[in-house]
Design a protein around this ligand. Structure first.
Ligand code: TRP
Length: 329
């Protein structure tokens, strides 16, 4: 694969994956693996920065997340999948980068302040949490990644990664490419209640949901909140359900729905029925693939083992060079 085309991205294993992950991240990862050299990893150390009191859950989700990735169409023939904590070289580079990272950069990081406020119930006055972007930088540059697919919320972290990388290169000589963010044109899918889809808001459709719970969830879904009665005209642009139909079947113009809704001849229940059909058609194959993988733990273990080996060998080679640049030999 030619130079300049390497991609690294990670996901924190903090829960089962839902449609928000699928349309926000997994779909673009699956596209990228057709044209770039991709490394995708389970960021279990990053999950520990906030969930350090609950390591068992992280370990469980680390296993589950790989099943979700594979079931959703990521391909171990094309991409390398690995687990961050199994590549100890990340920790070594994290340590070395921590030597040159000014505290002020970390303290000023807007994401740091926001998340700390959001998760007020957890004590995040830890070195590990403050250093989150340093570890993230190590994750990225240890593979000499050129581009990092991330959501908008991660842009401040990526900017820090670029600054830390420049500083390293200035001190010790040009070693790493500056990683560029690749803003995934993430199709934002609202949760069932219109807020951002999230496990903690209890408004998510999980990739593993069975038809029964799917039906229940769709029943409770918000549609166009201005439309109280069937004879009120609705507006698909204001509807919380319509984006789901759009994403599940982007080619379909939905002419009938547009007219039926704005003309008050079509009720929301009809859209819910249609959504159930389309969602079930979408989720069923994912669910089936996932079940096959669950029944074949050797294969899954093997995929991760091979991925870890490939990652370790890359990271090891980089660290040889880093140690030499920093006169640690
Ligand atoms: N911080 C990222 C997130 O919460 C996860 C992550 C950790 C990551 N290391 C990374 C993403 C390196 C991209 C590259 O989504």
């Amino acid at each position: 694969m030619e130079k300049g085309n390497r991609i690294v991205s990670g996901m924190r294993p903090t829960g089962p994956l839902h449609l928000g992950h699928y349309f926000g991240v997994l779909q673009s990862w699956a596209d990228l693996q057709q044209s770039a050299e991709c490394f995708f990893f389970i960021a279990d150390w990053h999950a520990l920065t906030t969930d350090y009191a609950n390591p068992h859950a992280i370990s469980e989700y680390s296993h589950e997340i790989l099943l979700d990735w594979l079931a959703a169409g990521l391909d171990p023939q094309k991409s390398v999948f690995f687990q961050q904590s199994q590549i100890r070289e990340h920790a070594e580079l994290n340590l070395l980068l921590s030597m040159i990272t000014p505290l002020g950069w970390l303290e000023r990081n807007p994401t740091y302040k926001e998340v700390k406020q959001e998760l007020e119930a957890k004590d995040l006055n830890t070195l590990g949490f403050l250093g989150y972007p340093v570890l993230q930088t190590a994750d990225i540059i240890i593979y000499r990644a050129d581009r990092v697919p991330v959501g908008e919320d991660q842009l401040p972290h990526l900017e820090l990664s670029r600054e830390i990388t420049r500083r390293f290169n200035a001190f010790y000589g040009e070693t790493f490419p500056e990683p560029k963010p690749l803003l995934t044109e993430s199709s934002r899918l609202p949760g069932l209640d219109g807020r951002k889809m999230s496990k903690s808001y209890d408004n998510a459709v999980f990739l593993g949901d069975d038809p029964d719970s799917l039906q229940k969830k769709i029943k409770t879904m918000l549609t166009d909140t201005n439309r109280m009665r069937l004879k009120d005209p609705g507006d698909p642009k204001q509807c919380n359900l319509f984006p789901y139909l759009r994403l599940l079947d982007p080619q379909e113009p939905y002419q009938e729905i547009m007219e039926g809704c704005t003309g008050a001849s079509r009720g929301c229940m009809d859209c819910k029925k249609l959504l159930f059909q389309k969602m079930e058609a979408f989720l069923e194959p994912i669910r089936n693939r996932r079940r096959e993988l669950e029944n074949d733990p050797d294969t899954v273990r093997d995929i991760l083992r091979r991925g870890n080996e490939a990652a370790r060998s890359e990271a090891g080679a980089t660290m040889e060079q880093v140690r030499s640049r920093m006169s640690l030999i």
